[in-house]
Structures are given as C-alpha cells and as structure tokens.
Design a protein around this ligand. Structure first.
Ligand code: NDP
Length: 500
C-alpha cells in the first residue's frame, strides 16, 4: 500500500507498475531482470516510505545493453530509416508521452518529491522537446566546399561535408529533472540517428523506466533506446565501456571531471552539463517587486535543486534592505507540503543524504558569520523538507557563496556600482547562468557581454526552452545542450572530396 496524501488517488497504471517486486531494466525492447549486483530501495521523500526496488546492473548486463545499442546502430532498420520516418517516430513518442502525462508525473512526484503540477509541466516540456527535435531529423545537412587543391589536367573535384550520427551514446541523467534532462539527451541523439544506453539516477529511476517502454510501443526498433539502472559504479562501467562512442552527462562537477578524464583516456566524445552557483544582479533602477519575485522563483522552485538556480543575488546598496525584505516575505509565505497537495508551493528535498548536505551548508553559513535572514531549518520530523532560507553577507568569499548547495538557500550580497556587481558575480569557479534586473538597456547589454556565463536572462528568472542552448563556462561544463547545437553534438562531420 503506497502511503500518499489522501486527497490524491494514484492512477491504476502506476499502481500496476509499482506491483513488481523489483523494476527491471529496458534492453533491446524488453524488460530484463536478473544479472545484477544487488538492489536499491526507492524512497518517497515526502513520506520516507520505500515504494520500489531497482536492480543494480552488473558488468554483464551493461555489456548486454551496450551490445544491443551497438547492434541496433549497425544493423537494424534504424540505420536505414529515412529522416521523415525518424521524425514520425519522435512525433508519435511525444504524443504517447502526452497521453501518459498523469502516470509519469505521479511516478516523478513519488520518487523525487516535486509538486505534481511541476511534474506535469516537466513531462509536457519533454514531449515538446521530442517534437522540436523531430523537426531536426529532416534538417541535418552538410555543405559544398570550394577547394584550392590543384587537379590533374582535365580533372575536376566536388567536395562536401556530411553529418553522420556519432554512434552509440551513454547518457547519464541526474535526479532533479529526470524526464526533462533525459529528453534533452534522447530527442537530439535519436534525431541524429544514434542509439543509446541511458542510466537514470539511482534516486529517481521509476519515471524513466516507465517512459522507456513507450519507445517500443510507438515502434522504435528494438535496441535503439536502452535504459539500465544502478549506482555510480554502474555509470562508471557504462561510460568507460569500449563500445561507447560518446558520453553525455549531467550532474555534479566532481563526477563530471571523473567522466571527462576517463573519456579523454579513451578519446571518447563527451559533453558535460555540470554545477552552478548562478548570480542575479539587481540594480536600483529595476522594477524591484518584479526582481524580488523573480529571484525567489529562481532559487525556491523545485527546492533549489536546479542546475541554473539563482543561488547568489547581488543587490545595489541603496535598495539592498528593501529587496532582501521582499524576498524574505515571499519565502516566508510559501506553503510547504507534499507534491500531491495542490496548495503546496514547496515539496521535500529529494533524499535524506541531500537534506543533510543542505542543512550542513546552513551550519557552515552560520559558523562563517553570515546573517541568517529567514529559514534554515528542517520543519518536520517526517519527510525531507527544508525551509526556504536566505543569508545576507558582505563577504563574497564564504563557502555558502562559493559552493553549489543545490537546495532552497539564497545568499544576498550588496554591491556599489555596475563594475563592482560584475566583479562579484564573476568571482566564482562556476559560469552556468545569470540574471540581470534593470530598466536601463545599455546597462543590461553591458552586463550581457561581461557576465562569464552560458546563460544571461534580463528581467526574468532563468528558464529552459528547446530552442535555447544550455551549458556552462568554467567549471560548469563543456558543450551546450538544446537548440541546433544540441543535435549537432550527436553528429560527426565527414569531409568528402570526389575527383572526377
Ligand atoms: P552525481 O554527479 O553524483 O550524479 C549524477 C549522475 O551521475 C547520477 O545518475 C549518478 O548515478 C551518476 N554517477 C555518479 N558517479 C558516476 C560515475 N563515476 N560515472 C558515471 N556516472 C556516475 O550527483 P549527485 O546525485 O550525487 O548529487 C550531488 C550534487 O551534484 C548535488 O548536490 C548538486 O550539487 C550536483 N548536481 C548537479 C546537477 C545538475 O543539474 N548540474 C544535477 C544533480 C546533482 P547515481 O545517482 O545512480 O549514483
């Protein structure tokens, strides 16, 4: 019996899915159980109840999944499929996801804790990502090239480039947006003609396993999409597998570096979307109420468990106290409850380990002498809830300002003028996202060019869109996902010269 908010009833399909004593992997178009090196319990972070078990794939099973993807890449109808047909399959998948939005969202709320409304919008967003990349399947193109090579008398040449699929991809997905991030990887790589073995986080694998079966249902050839479950060790076996051509990873900078090093030792192609400590800059001429609301949304949505969360805010001195008070008022009003409560504005954090890590940062902030403006506590005995928290500091060198906390914790720091604000904002080892709040367009454009970040939003909190490339500078990663560049990442260029 799954213990959830009595105001919500789980769909029959979810109850049926959760009946299995252990959830199997999805390999070569089938659910596979068996070869494993143990199992992992999956916990509902709102109730702390164990709701399922997953297998930890052992090396034999990783081999099986990779060889299924390799064989689909080399031999199946996938290789010979026309771009229009690939487009059609991606569109059918998007429709299948829409049709299952309620079930996938329930699983996502159960395993991750996020609000059901946010889970639904994540899944609809994923369906749109598949639709967006369906369009790209028919639009990949090369170029013709004029060469200066001298030809033998009477001979001519014709040179061109082709975009070919990079091959078999290992996709490693974290727990904060399991379905969005899976779609950001799966949709472009499938549009490009690649095949994949995807490993969701051990904390949130259920929604992805449910999604995996839809690929078979809509007619993707067996082996094109494979999903295996396990821990970080399973991820390491997968990403270092000799038959993997490319790794696409989203997660911590620490693990990103391990994967990057391993990829280089085998010269595998790799994209890394890593951590962030994204700044917001609020100028005194901004619409201050709008800015306070935007900053609150940018850090407290999804409990701050967002790679682009605006976790540092720099506020011009004259308006510092007012803006901090406005953000604090917004944060103190937030209703904290489980994701199935329709009035909830903040669900629990994803796991006990993560809650302890975030609470540990609150202790660090206090011991470093930062001023706790509000929050900072675990409000309930049950569930991994954490109060939205604001610190104020005049010193930019504190651990709570330097390190990614990945929770509902904002640090506010005053700045004097634009150059001072930009210096403080750029004084970070990360460079993922940033926001600027001002009514002065020339100030905004100066900040756009000076901020060392992959994303800059002016007068709005950071939000993703399928046509808007995402990725970081410095320790926030290598490469960009989404947009045209997102699909080109899964292609390799072949240059061809024909002499005739
Ligand atoms: P990790 O970076 O450890 O995990 C991300 C993914 O990588 C998971 O699927 C994980 O599997 C997998 N993984 C772990 N180790 C390896 C490895 N050696 N080789 C291949 N894959 C591996 O993040 P955590 O979940 O531990 O979260 C820790 C911190 O990371 C957070 O507090 C946050 O700061 C940051 N983070 C950043 C994210 C982002 O969007 N940029 C997303 C999530 C976390 P498994 O979960 O099964 O161990």
């Amino acid at each position: 019996m799954i213990d959830i908010n009595p105001a919500h009833t789980l769909s029959p399909s979810v109850l049926k899915f959760l009946e299995a004593s252990t959830q199997g992997h999805y390999i070569n178009g089938e659910v596979v159980s068996g070869a494993h090196s143990g199992s992992i319990p999956i916990t509902n972070p709102a109730t702390e109840q164990v709701i399922a078990q997953i297998d930890i794939a052992d090396k034999k099973l990783v081999d099986q999944a990779v060889s299924s993807a390799r064989s689909a890449f080399r031999h199946s109808s996938w290789k010979r499929m026309s771009p229009t047909k690939r487009q059609g399959l991606l569109l059918s998948l998007a429709d299948a996801i829409e049709a299952e939005v309620d079930s996938i969202a329930e699983l996502l709320t159960l395993e991750n804790g996020k609000l059901l409304a946010h889970a639904k919008s994540e899944i609809r967003g994923a369906a749109n990502t598949f639709r967006y990349y369906a369009g790209w399947a028919t639009k990949l193109e090369g170029e013709t090239l004029d060469l200066s090579l001298r030809q033998a008398p009477g001979r001519q040449n014709f040179a061109f480039t082709r975009r070919e699929p990079v091959g078999v991809v290992a996709a490693i997905v974290p727990w904060n947006f399991p379905i969005s991030i899976a779609a950001w990887k799966l949709a472009p790589l499938l549009a490009a003609g690649c095949t994949v073995v995807l490993k969701p986080s051990e904390v949130t694998p259920l929604s992805t396993l449910y999604l995996a079966k839809l690929f078979g249902d809509v007619g993707f050839p067996a082996g094109v999409v494979n999903v295996i479950t396990g821990d970080g060790e399973t991820g390491a076996v997968l990403t270092t597998h000799p038959e993997i051509d490319k790794i696409t990873f989203t997660g911590s900078t620490q693990v990103g570096k391990i994967i990057g090093k391993a990829a280089m030792s085998d010269l595998k192609d790799v994209s890394l979307e890593l951590g962030g400590k994204s700044p917001g800059l609020i100028f005194e001429d901004a619409d201050l109420e709008d800015a306070a609301k935007g900053i609150a949304m940018g850090i407290f949505r999804n409990g701050g468990q967002v790679c682009v969360a605006g976790s540092r805010v720099y506020i011009q001195e004259k308006v510092f106290d007012k803006v901090v008070a406005d953000i604090a008022a917004a944060c103190q009003k937030m209703k904290m409850s489980d994701g199935f409560d329709v009035s909830s504005e903040l669900g629990p954090l994803v796991s006990r380990t993560h809650l302890d890590s975030v609470l540990g940062y609150v202790d660090k902030g206090l011991s470093e002498g930062a001023e706790l403006v509000c929050g900072g506590k675990r409000p309930n005995e049950k569930g991994y809830y954490m109060q939205p928290t604001i610190f104020a500091s005049t010193d930019n060198q504190k651990k709570i300002i330097a390190e990614e906390i990945f929770g509902p914790v904002l640090v506010a720091v005053p700045f004097k003028d634009m150059e001072d604000g930009l210096r403080l904002a750029n004084d970070s080892r990360y460079g993922l996202s940033s926001t600027v709040w001002t009514k002065d367009i020339s100030k905004a454009l100066h900040c756009v060019s000076e901020l060392d970040a992959g994303w800059v939003f002016v007068n709005a909190p950071a939000r993703s869109d399928a046509n808007f490339p995402l990725g970081g500078n410095k320790q926030s990663g290598i490469g960009r996902e989404l947009g045209k560049t997102g699909v080109y990442n899964f292609t390799k260029l072949k240059s061809v010269n024909i002499v005739f």
